[in-house]
Design a protein around this ligand. Sequence first.
Ligand SMILES: [Zn+2]
Length: 456
Amino acid sequence: MELQAFLSRRVVTPDGIRPAAILVDGEKIHAVIPQDQVPRYARVCDFDEAVILPGLVDSHVHINDPGRAEWEGFETATRAAAAGGYTLLVDMPLNCLPATTTVASLEAKRAAAESRCRVDWAAWGGVVEDNQADIGALAAAGVPGFKCFLVDPGIGGFTMVTEQQLRAALPAVARTGLPLLVHAELPGPIDTASETLSSADWKSYSTYLQSRPQEAESAAIRLLLSLCREYRFRLHIVHLSASEALQELKAARAEGLAVTVETCPHYLHLTSESIRDGSTAFKCAPPIRSRENREMLWEGLKDGVIDLVATDHSPCPPEMKRFEEGNFRTAWGGISSLSMALPLMWTEASGRGFTLLDVARWMAEKPAQLAGCHMHKGKIEPGFDADFVVFDPGGEFVVSEQRLHYRHFVSPYLGERLRGVVKATYLRGKPVFVKCKFPGSPMGREFRLATANSND
Ligand SMILES: [Zn+2]
């Protein structure tokens, strides 16, 4: 195998940011060494002032393939991922048809992904009202964990679970030792709030915001923490938006419960105060809340209650956003940000005194841990996959459709000036995104947890 050396004055390693050469043998990192020790026969790629970060891992993506590939698809989602610095996506079990709730549907997904991915991928299994018996088999087939909804996900093919149904599934989930990712909103507080809003103006963002109060998240989290205490499963709260739940999560962590928490770039960047009425590009669930709430989420990241940042990339055909109508009740809720997440995060994080070490922890190391690929992905360390992002942290650009790269160019960020430019992305030693192009044929492959564990 040819030895390659990737040089930069700023390599983001687990121990710090420093000048280094990353020696790559085939698909793996062989060593991280001082630049003057690179063997003569190595093929050198010197990025000089540009930073080398570990390839990012996105543990929350809706690829919608097979079955709703007209919404997104493996080709376009993984292309946008490569452009955004991601080298592994973990696909959510819903929006695709069939939903990933049985081994047969997982196999259908594998067939759909074959030879079409620009980056690596994995698939969460779904926990729905009636598939308790499939949980063990899905784990044996290689899913890194499971996802369920405590509220109606609003899409055909995937049901929410009631507390009773969740209780029926939890012993099987706990036996797998894999995490259960939960959309933590309870219908009760949403229904109560919505009753008073039936004749309200649904073009107004504040109506939508009132319809999904923080209490829906907090109540769900309280229920989940008590179930976690009872069943001792690994709990992961996806896309936390309600800062009022942070205290309770912090206490649960202190108590020793196995709970991890994610939030998303849109909750850390956007604020409800700046969303214009009718701007359904900003609709997602749970909703984008106030500026004050956003700052508290940043505090949560700072003190470690929030472990990681995932995109919740959730696209749809543009007509489903009902831009003409601008109605927040009927428009599809979901924000796409695979190609923009790193600049969005860096724009916000750099202004708050965080470093790229923090960003690498939130967007590579911790999501890799959640997805069980932390011995392969998420760090620049010997033995890991040679996955890198070459990043210019001082560069700026304006978000345009040409930079989005996913299937439908819908984005709440269009026209915004962001800080930090992804120059190139390398997957297992090979470039998959360079200078706005996608070289080579798709080489992304599935990360299967079961196989990874038995082989290593
Ligand atoms: Zn989602």
